[in-house]
Design a protein around this ligand. Structure first.
Ligand SMILES: Cc1cc2nc3c(=O)[nH]c(=O)nc-3n(C[C@H](O)[C@H](O)[C@H](O)COP(=O)(O)O)c2cc1C
Length: 326
């Protein structure tokens, strides 16, 4: 039987499937359900710093596809639970499950990152994921300034705690390889690519702003696949893929591209926890067919550095392919 164990953030996971930070991990019972379903680890629902009034942002539950998605929106603008409740949840989860429990925090002001990080570490989390998405609206900040924010957040957290730290980032970063390599050099243990955001929309009937958060579908992995492959072998941090991972094939592709783990969210909402075991059986079967005994036998085998045709990862308008369609 192939061994599905993988190493992520210095932790040994029994398999690479992580239940991503969502409403599916926001209570100890739910985290236990993730473990029972076969997950290798969980990232707890994020603790958000913001406490803006949601009415001000025009949130409207009817515009959304799922109550949990609405929950995510609300979480972004109203602190869902305070640090005390969050730490209690970590403690309870640690008593309830054996799989690694990764906490997740999202802050705005620089002061809170290290403060929350210390609390989360004291509560017993195995690792911490920093959910970072500065929204840059002013025209004063250069991309270098904005990228420095990521480095500063990482420094402020890493210098205050000793559990491993991952950073979940958006795909909208100008010079991602430069930033990723710097974060890795400075000790970031894991890079989670990429977060999925609430998007603005306009209701033309009511003529007012609304927000939307549709679940992903399978096509959404393409950009993730490209970036995992481009960074694998070049950054010191482990790579965890998230966004658009709906099939067993997608997981195998991302491991081949260099991911250590994958984080699922939308597919679990759409199809339920049973998909975790289905995906694991498919991966085992594929590994048997290919005669791989363990994940490290093929992890990163098709990353940017290991393939003979890196152009396929680089060209966004690949001439041959486009011509054949035209
Ligand atoms: C309902 C819902 C709630 C989410 N809440 C969070 C959150 O609190 N923190 C976070 O970092 N990501 C959150 N996410 C993002 C997921 O963890 C995941 O990274 C993203 O949805 C991409 O994966 P997917 O394509 O499988 O949905 C949420 C996603 C969904 C669907």
């Amino acid at each position: 039987m192939p061994n599905l164990e993988t190493t992520y953030l210095g932790l040994t996971l029994k398999n690479p499937i992580i239940v991503g930070s969502t409403g599916l991990t926001k209570s100890a019972n739910k985290i236990k359900a993730c473990e029972d379903a076969g997950a290798g680890a969980v990232v707890i629902k994020s603790l958000f710093e913001e406490s803006l009034r949601h009415e001000d942002l025009g949130l409207d539950s009817s515009a959304l596809m799922h109550t949990e998605a609405y929950d995510y929106l609300r979480a972004e603008v109203n602190m869902q639970y305070g640090p005390v409740e969050y730490c209690d949840l970590i403690k309870e989860a640690k008593k309830t499950v054996k799989i690694p429990v990764i906490a997740s925090i999202n802050c705005v002001s620089p002061k809170w990152w290290p403060d929350f990080a210390k609390k989360v570490e004291a509560a017993g989390a195995d690792a911490l994921e920093l959910n970072v998405f500065p929204v840059v609206v002013d025209a004063i900040n250069s991309s270098a300034n904005v990228e420095q924010v990521y480095l500063d957040i990482m420094d402020s957290v890493k210098s205050n705690i000793s559990i491993p730290v991952a950073m979940k980032i958006s795909m909208y970063i100008t010079a991602l390889p430069h930033l990723a390599i710097q974060l890795g050099r400075k000790g970031l243990d894991g890079l989670v690519m990429f977060n999925r955001f609430v998007e603005p929309d306009i209701d033309i009937k009511e003529m007012k702003l609304k927000t939307t958060f549709p679940f992903s579908d399978g096509d959404d992995i393409n950009n993730v696949l490209r970036w995992i492959a481009l960074l694998s072998g070049r950054v010191k941090s482990d790579l965890s893929a998230t966004t658009g991972i709906h099939s067993s094939e997608a997981i195998i592709k991302l491991l081949l591209a260099g991911a250590s783990t994958v984080q699922l969210a939308s597919v679990l909402y759409k199809k339920g926890f049973k998909v975790i075991n289905e995906r694991l059986s498919d991966i085992e079967k594929w590994m048997k067919d290919k005669k791989f005994d363990k994940i490290s036998d093929f992890q990163g085998k098709l990353n940017f550095g290991n393939i003979g045709t890196p152009d396929l990862y680089l060209r966004s308008q690949f001439m041959e392919r486009v011509r054949s369609i035209e």
